[in-house]
Ligand binder design. Structure first.
Ligand code: HEM
Length: 266
């Protein structure tokens, strides 16, 4: 949220509420987010409030603005010379905030659970040349976006199954990223693997538009963790998000040891 809120120029005091609403939007049935009225009502409320927040943020702005992402959406011209309509701007805000907020945090979550085991964190910290490889492995391993859907343009045969023109096909990213024909020992978290061919950001024309921002955020985060902490130990069971859309964790209790040897709970 700190990265995307800054990029989009969203008011800092709204960040906690926007973070909560994005969680409700992707996991409306999760016991931590569901309202007494049920999952469908939770989803509707989250969508309404998110769109209202974007609409407010947009309508407070004047002229060229500060050049943040919402200002760019407000002032840019399309190929045909027209500007985006207000509805198109808030829809893009929704895609951008959701696309960023509900995915990026789950990469370090999933990776930290593995790194906290069997001396893997210390091994990574001792080998700075494996920094990028470890981040690629964290992306493969976590695969926060669980699936995307496409419709077949023509009849096509996939692994002996015929998919007819117009039929929907769900691609399960976490499953593809554990394909043993592509990744040796796919259920092993291995910082030496450097899996550049993972599909965590999708593939083709809709390849994640925020992949560079996500990579910068992950670099910053892991760089800071490795610099400040010498180790992590599990301190309880992780709690997973109740969602088939996003694979993620809500809570991951760890005990961190600062490089200065001061112990701190995180
Ligand atoms: C590790 C973090 C991220 C992961 C795993 C991820 C994953 C994905 C995937 C798999 C797609 C393709 C969906 C499809 O083909 O239907 C996608 C698209 C998209 N992502 Fe991300 N994303 C991440 C970070 C971000 C960030 C930081 C932003 C915004 C700054 C963002 C915004 C979007 C948007 C707007 C799309 C739609 C692009 C289009 O349809 O052309 N994502 N993302």
């Amino acid at each position: 949220m700190a990265v995307t809120g800054t990029l989009m120029g969203l008011d800092r005091e709204d960040w906690p509420q926007l973070t909560y609403l994005t969680s409700q939007a992707i996991a409306p049935d999760d016991p931590e987010f569901i309202m007494p009225e049920g999952g469908a009502a939770t989803l509707q409320r989250a969508h309404r409030e998110l769109f209202a927040a974007f609409e407010q943020s947009m309508s407070r702005r004047k002229g060229e603005g500060n050049g943040d992402l919402i200002d760019v959406l407000r002032t840019m011209e399309m190929d045909d010379g027209r500007k985006l309509r207000p509805g198109e701007i808030v829809s893009n805000c929704y895609s951008l905030l959701l696309g960023a907020n509900v995915t990026t945090p789950h990469v370090p979550n999933a990776a930290m659970l593995e790194l906290a085991k069997d001396g893997k964190y210390a091994d990574w910290a001792a080998h700075p040349e494996l920094f990028d490889s470890g981040i690629n492995e964290a992306l493969r391993w976590s695969s926060p976006a669980s699936h995307f859907l496409r419709y077949a343009k023509t009849d096509v045969e996939l692994s002996g199954v015929t998919v007819r023109q117009g039929e929907p096909v769900a691609a399960w990213i976490g499953s593809a990223n554990r394909d043993s024909a592509v990744f040796a020992d796919p259920y092993e978290f291995d910082i030496r693997r450097d899996p550049r061919n993972h599909l965590a950001f999708g593939v083709g024309p809709h390849y994640c538009v925020g992949h560079a921002v996500a990579r910068i955020a992950l670099h910053e985060l892991f760089e800071n963790l490795l610099e400040q902490f010498s180790g992590f130990e599990p301190a309880g069971e992780p709690e997973h998000l109740h969602s088939n859309f996003i694979a993620g964790m809500k809570h991951l209790p760890l005990v961190a040891t600062r490089r200065s040897e001061v112990r701190a709970g995180v």
